[in-house]
Design a protein around this ligand. Structure first.
Ligand code: DX5
Ligand code: ZN
Length: 235
């Protein structure tokens, strides 16, 4: 498989919120591709997290794209607010939206990148009629709602299927994975076809510092690439 360099998207859900600006700056300096912001409503997922004011604060301290993962039941209601706060892209859940096509078109009309996220129990085939309209697909590798969960290995064949669908349709979508990504699981997802890796715990929670943690992830991917020919990691 021939794919571009693997990108890391640190998820601030696992950051120390008292030092958020500092930790995001460290991630930017260490080569993060974007910052992943997990928004939860206590309805679509059984947890609450953060809203647009956090995005507005982040916008003032980083030039990195801000990717908003909307784990909420009615994403359309909040798009304008998040755009105004400085968001660059949105990931909306297939399961949360009976009018996904309309939401994706709205995101694009707002001039932002659109992605669709699928839960572990949602098949890759659900993407068939929306793939040509999105810039990225997010394959959840845990059930959404919480950080610090264990990676579900049963999602790996799905990552492979999604990558194959994109190649067969000759599309340029990114394949992103989210949940339980660490130096052990990262190379597996890359080998399966992921090129954007979201990581919270593995980057912010290890006590070794953001840059060291990110370098450890990249090293694990490079090592995996050495063992699995044709898979490229960030140099
Ligand atoms: C889970 C979130 C993830 C989460 C990942 O619902 O979508 O982005 O922050 O965190 P870790 O890397 O701790 O699994
Ligand atoms: Zn997420």
């Amino acid at each position: 498989m021939d794919q571009a360099a693997v990108k890391l998207a640190p998820s601030i859900l696992a950051a120390d919120f008292a030092r958020l600006g500092e930790q995001v700056a460290q991630a930017e300096q260490a080569g993060a591709d974007r910052i992943h912001v997990d928004v939860m409503d206590g309805h679509f997922v059984p947890n609450l997290s953060m809203g647009a004011p956090i995005v507005a604060s982040l916008r003032r301290v980083t030039r990195l794209p801000l990717e908003i993962h909307l784990m909420i039941s009615n994403p359309d209601l909040f798009l304008d607010e998040f755009v105004e706060a400085g968001s660059d892209s949105f990931l909306v859940h297939w399961e949360a939206n009976a009018n996904l096509h309309r939401t994706v078109q709205r995101i694009k009309a707002l001039g932002k990148r659109a992605g669709v996220a699928i839960n572990p129990a949602t098949p890759a085939a659900a993407l068939e009629e929306i793939l040509q309209d999105v810039d990225q697909v997010l394959v959840m590798t845990v059930n959404p709602g919480f950080g610090h969960q264990h990676f579900l290995p049963t999602t790996l064949p799905k990552v492979r299927r999604v990558r194959r669908m994109i190649e067969q349709a000759r599309l340029g979508c990114e394949v992103e994975v989210d949940g339980g990504i660490d130096p052990e699981t990262a190379p597996l997802t890359v080998a399966a076809g992921a090129n954007v890796l979201v990581a919270g715990t593995a980057i912010f929670d290890g006590g070794e510092g953001v840059a060291t943690a990110m370098n450890r992830l990249w090293a694990s991917i490079r090592q995996g690439a050495g063992q699995l020919s044709g898979v490229f990691a960030k140099e």
